[in-house]
Design a protein around this ligand. Structure first.
Ligand code: COA
Length: 122
């Protein structure tokens, strides 16, 4: 059954400005495994990836119903692209299945997260 759904739309330039102002922002948002993927990318693709992770984590927090804060932080959620480029949630506080999707233009990134579970208590 569907336990939650979350969407988010983020301006890539806003993320760019945050990284320029505070380079440590990258470490706040990305887990070490995500940072490894990020560092293999260059230029605008790296920025898209970072904005995508930010947005996916915001979507996740909405699907869970908590927002990003005390209960769930950016480091509690990890999303790694598989060999085909699809985002796979490899770590999260949700016990069931987590489905993730990302789309971007030159300006915005949009993401969606669906939480699914066979167990009513998850
Ligand atoms: C909940 C949260 C993810 C919303 O994101 P946002 O970027 O502020 O706003 P968005 O436009 O994407 O989303 C707003 C909508 O989220 C929804 N929303 C708010 N709280 C929610 C919650 N706990 N669960 C699910 N959805 C929620 C509402 O529908 C809201 O729309 P409304 O204002 O018309 O009612 C946000 O409050 C949050 O946790 N942000 C963390 C950001 C952060 O840590 N910044 C630090 C900067 S370094």
């Amino acid at each position: 059954m569907i336990k939650g759904i979350g969407i988010d739309l983020t301006e890539i330039e806003r993320i760019h400005e945050m990284v320029q102002k505070h380079p440590q922002f990258v470490w706040k948002i990305l887990t070490p495994a995500e940072k490894e993927q990020y560092e293999k990318l260059g230029g605008s693709r790296a920025l898209e990836y970072l904005a995508g992770r930010w947005s996916l984590k915001e979507s996740f927090s909405k699907a869970l119903g908590t927002g990003i804060g005390k209960e769930v932080g950016f480091q509690d959620i990890e999303i790694i692209d598989n060999q085909l480029g699809a985002p796979i949630v490899t770590h999260s506080p949700f016990k069931g299945r987590v489905h993730a999707s990302v789309s971007h233009t030159a300006v915005n990134v949009m993401t969606e997260i669906i939480l699914e579970s066979e167990n009513e208590n998850d």
